[in-house]
Design a protein around this ligand. Sequence first.
Ligand code: C5P
Length: 301
Amino acid sequence: MVDSVTVKAPGKINLILRVGAPGPDGYHDLVTCFHAVDISETITVAHADEFSLSVAGSVSLDEIPLGGDNLAIRAAKALAALSGYQGGAKITIDKQVPVGGGMGGGSADAAGALVALNELWETGHDIAELLAVAAPLGADVPFALLGGSAVGRGRGDQLTSVPSGVFNWVLVPSAVHLSTPQVYATLDVLRGDEAVVAPREPSEEFFAAMASGDATALAPLLVNDLAPASLELHPDLARTLSQGKGLGALAGMVSGSGPTLVFLAADAQGAEHLALGLEAGGHRALRVTSPVQGAHLVESR
Ligand code: C5P
């Protein structure tokens, strides 16, 4: 019998985030392009009678719920319910994805817990079944299972994979966190009575730039409809965005609901120059490449 299983699950950025009107359930109709970057959560699970969670890592951990509200615990319970599994699990997470930053760290934890427990409990669910368990947990959880690059429609959970070349990015996390529901609600307020059109599909140019890994062609096509709401709640972000552009970033944008900022560099050297410049300006800057695979097994003992 396997005693413990370790899985890595990636954080994401949204290369396109088009937001339509909210539906009756409060969720907004989206067309987004998720993109998995090489900054990951490491989730380890072991047998236990009850469910428990401990979290460590290089990021600020204050706002992470450790009880039943935690997405990893909810994912574990959902998988147990599906499988008729009677026991619990000890879940340990090493967090590297910035917390409350719009990079889907909590969703990566949930996806990682699903893959790890499916292995530990030998429940044998295939990816389609895991995706079905993932969707009700949160709009970004299915993508953390899939990884790579994918267009998400509906709530963001109806996924179609997109071929992607390699890109170089610099991420700037913020000490201030933003709540995703608050950012969406602020967007609704900013839009006021204006008629909200259905979210536009990505263009052919976008898919071509992605497939060929052409950063220069991709840069002007990056778009985030949530950015005005994130900037409204956190006006300092505008200055950091212009600093990054001044340091040669091909594009700078808010990641998802923010406040993490994402800068696209021409190549690895450009990313290094950009990261050093942003650090000299007093920011934390993380160089990442993309795309990377979704939640996957790294150790089973
Ligand atoms: O599903 P998830 O927990 O990631 O969503 C957090 C919140 O973000 C939702 O409760 C909702 O307020 C908002 N949201 C939305 N439309 C989406 C995704 C998220 O309004 N498509």
